[in-house]
Design a protein around this ligand. Structure first.
Ligand code: ADP
Length: 253
């Protein structure tokens, strides 16, 4: 706890200093609270799958299981372990970004090639779920960004668009140039985000309803990472969404 009480006030310089110090103390107190909440969420995120893992391991070790049953349990264990690995990787990414020890290496590259490569990479998972992926690139131009980071951003947005879409809907991926800037949008016709929660989706570990995560998987870190990466480029991210109708994420860098 920070206890700051300075016996000064008024409008002189010492008075201003005491106000500034008090504000600093409140900020520190708030940061400490946020950090503790974040740590509590992380331990929860990690202990839930671990509890399942231990449960499945105990079952898989039973002698009376058939090979087929044992294999089924082992593949669930493998899947859950992979999810935990992804979560750890995302956490490490965020930690690096917080420390600013990660860098954005901008270079110029053609928009069309970039977006077509991404399209080819993800289209099989869209086909698997019977969601149509529609690519729009009206004209080629040079993008000025870190291609690895930008790919990470777009893949994250596409991953969400697919995850929160029903079959036989369309996701539209568009890249365009607007006043020397690159605008990429990902528009889906999925379940949408309730208006009262839309401001929170970029927070670390935030998910719209906890039950969604059980149905759809995910860690609630994807958009926090996307936002940090976009901001590291000096860019912006915007979201428009309507519950039950779909969402559009637009980044400008
Ligand atoms: P998650 O790994 O849970 O998807 P994200 O940080 O990527 O985490 O997203 C945070 C939350 O925002 C998600 O849990 C989901 O509820 C909501 N969300 C993100 N993208 C979409 C989308 N395209 N459609 C509907 N909801 C979305």
């Amino acid at each position: 706890k920070f206890n700051v009480s300075l016996p000064v006030g008024g409008n002189d310089e010492l008075g201003e200093l005491s106000v500034a110090i008090r504000k600093l103390a409140t900020d520190l107190e708030r940061m400490k609270k946020e950090r503790n909440e974040f740590l509590a969420s992380i331990s929860h995120e990690l202990s839930t799958p671990l509890t399942y893992l231990i449960g499945y391991l105990k079952v898989a070790m039973r002698n009376e299981l058939t090979d087929e049953e044992r294999n089924r349990y082992l593949s669930i264990i493998a899947e859950e372990s992979n999810r935990m690995k992804d979560l750890m990787k995302n956490l490490m990414d965020l930690a690096k970004m917080d420390e600013m020890s990660f860098t954005v290496s901008k270079l110029k590259f053609p928009a069309q090639q970039f977006i077509e490569d991404i399209y080819r990479l993800v289209v099989p998972s869209f086909d698997l779920k019977d969601v149509k992926l529609h690519l729009v690139c009206q004209q080629d131009f040079q993008v000025d960004a870190d291609p690895v980071r930008l790919e990470q951003i777009v893949l994250n947005l596409l991953d969400n668009a697919l995850k929160y879409s029903e079959e036989n809907t369309t996701v539209r991926l568009e890249i365009a140039k607007e006043k020397q800037r690159t605008v990429i949008s990902v528009k889906d016709e999925g379940i949408g985000i309730p208006a009262e929660q839309i401001d929170r989706i970029f927070e670390k570990l935030f998910r719209v309803e906890k039950s969604r995560s059980r149905t759809f998987g995910g860690s609630g870190l994807g958009l926090a990472i996307v936002k940090e990466l976009v901001e590291a480029h000096g860019g912006t991210i915007e979201v428009k969404s309507e519950s039950g109708k779909g969402s559009t994420f637009t980044i400008t860098i």
